[in-house]
Design a protein around this ligand. Structure first.
Ligand SMILES: *Cc1c(COP(=O)(O)O)cnc(C)c1O
Length: 369
C-alpha cells in the first residue's frame, strides 16, 4: 500500500459547511459557556438519540468521570477490563475500586452470569461497556441492579446511534456516557455527553462541568471544568446532518469484509444480534491459531509491513496495565484474557474504499498458501 491505511479516519463535513457554521461566532464573540450552538446541539441530539435528558461535555472521559461523581458512588464498582483505559481510569480517579468481570465469547460485553458473585457489601455500581457498539445485556443488568440497589452507568462511547429492540441505547441504566472524539462514529472533534434518567443528576452534572457556578455570586458545588465549546458544538451540528449517510457507508465496508472473510477458517467476525441496530463502529476479528496456523500478533505485523495499521483493541486488558496490575481484587477472567490476546480491529471508516478492504483481505488470505 503506497499510502498508509489507519484503523480509523475522522468523518468531517466539507470545509465550506463548517466555515459557514462558525462565521457567526465572529459576530457574537461568544465562544463557550453553553452558547447558542451548545444549546442547539443538545436539542438535536436529544431528538436523534431519542432521550429526554442530555448534558454535553468536553470529552467522553469527563462525561464518565462526572457521571460517576453525580451518583455519589463509594467503594467498589463492577466493570469490564476489555475496554479503553478511560473506563477504568474514571473509576479509580474517583477513589473507587474496580472489580473486573469476565466477558462473553460472542459479543465481548460483560458476562452477566458472573456479576452477582462479584457483589460485596461495598459494591455501589455496575459500569458496563457497550464495546464495539455491541449492547450489553441491559435487561439482566437492570434486574441485578434493582435487586442489589446498585447504580448503572453504561460507557456508551462506542454505541452512538445504536438501538436495541427499537429503543435508543441512551435509554438504559441511570446514565449513559458517550464520546464524540474525532475517531468515534459521531464526532465534535473532542467532546462527549451524558444521557440520564433523573433530573437531579442533570443539575449535578451542570454544576460539575462548570465549577458549580449558578450565578455571579453563587457557587453551590465543587465542580470541575468540562464544558463543550462552540467550535466543538458547531462541528457536531455539521456532522449530525450526515450521520446516517456516514453509518450507511460504514455498513458497506463491514459487509465487504464479511463477504471476503466468510469462508476463511479461524477468522471470526463479530456477530450483531438480530434485535440490535448497530452503528458499525469497529470491525474486530478474532483469530483462532489452531485453524489459521498463525496468531494475532503475526497477522498484525504482516499487515503493518504492508502499511496497513490495524489495532490490537483491546490489548492488554486494562486490569493488566502497568498502573493497575496487581492492585485490585483479582478475579478469574479467562474469556477476557483469551479475547484480548487473539483479537484485532481492522481499518474501518466511512470513506474507506472497498478496493482497500479487498486488498486487506487478500493479504490475510495469502497467509494460508
Ligand atoms: C473513546 C472512549 C472513551 C473516552 O472518550 P474521549 O472522548 O476520548 O475522552 C471512554 N470509553 C471508551 C470505551 C472509549 O472508546
Amino acid at each position: 500500500m503506497d499510502k498508509a491505511i489507519y484503523v480509523t479516519r475522522s468523518s468531517m463535513p466539507s470545509f465550506e459547511e463548517y466555515v459557514d457554521m462558525i462565521r457567526p461566532l465572529w459576530d457574537s464573540a461568544m465562544l463557550t459557556n453553553m452558547g447558542i450552538y451548545h444549546k442547539q446541539l443538545e436539542a438535536e441530539l436529544m431528538k436523534y438519540m431519542d432521550t429526554e435528558n442530555i448534558s454535553l461535555m468536553s470529552n467522553g472521559h469527563m462525561a464518565l468521570e462526572l457521571a460517576i461523581q453525580a451518583m455519589n458512588l463509594t467503594g467498589e464498582v463492577i466493570t469490564t477490563p476489555f475496554t479503553f483505559i478511560s473506563t477504568t481510569h474514571a473509576i479509580v480517579r474517583n477513589g473507587l475500586s474496580p472489580t473486573f468481570c469476565d466477558i462473553n465469547t460472542d459479543d465481548y460485553t460483560m458476562d452477566v452470569s458472573k456479576i452477582e458473585d462479584l457483589i460485596t457489601e461495598k459494591t455501589t455500581a455496575i459500569i458496563p461497556v457497550h464495546v464495539y457498539g455491541n449492547v450489553s445485556n441491559v435487561d439482566e443488568i437492570d434486574r441485578i441492579a434493582k435487586k442489589y440497589r446498585l447504580k448503572v452507568i453504561y460507557d456508551s462511547a462506542h454505541a452512538f446511534g445504536v438501538k436495541i429492540h427499537g429503543k435508543s441505547v441512551a435509554d438504559f441504566g441511570d446514565a449513559s456516557t458517550f464520546s464524540f472524539h474525532a475517531t468515534k462514529v459521531f464526532n465534535t472533534i473532542e467532546g462527549g455527553a451524558v444521557t440520564y434518567k433523573n433530573k437531579e443528576i442533570g443539575e449535578k452534572l451542570y454544576n460539575l462541568k462548570n465549577f458549580g457556578i449558578r450565578s455571579e455570586e453563587l457557587v453551590v458545588d465543587i465542580g470541575a471544568n468540562a464544558k463543550m465549546n462552540e467550535f466543538q458544538a458547531a462541528m457536531g451540528l455539521c456532522n449530525l446532518k450526515h450521520i446516517d449517510f456516514e453509518i450507511s457507508k460504514r455498513k458497506k465496508v463491514v459487509e465487504r469484509y464479511k463477504e471476503n472473510l466468510k469462508d476463511i477458517p479461524g477468522i471470526k467476525m463479530m456477530e450483531i444480534k438480530t434485535d440490535i441496530e448497530t452503528n458499525y463502529a469497529y470491525c474486530p476479528i478474532l483469530i483462532d491459531k489452531k485453524l489459521t496456523g498463525f496468531d494475532r500478533d503475526y497477522l498484525y505485523d504482516i499487515l503493518k509491513e504492508k502499511n496497513i495499521h490495524a489495532r490490537k483493541y483491546f490489548y492488554p486488558l486494562t486490569s493488566d496495565q502497568a498502573c493497575f496490575k496487581n492492585q485490585y481484587r483479582s478475579i478469574d477472567i479467562p474469556t477476557a484474557r483469551h479475547v484480548s490476546k487473539n483479537i484485532m480491529t481492522l481499518p474501518l471508516y466511512a470513506d474507506l474504499q472497498l478496493e482497500i478492504v479487498d486488498e486487506v483481505c487478500r493479504i490475510i488470505k495469502d497467509e494460508y498458501k
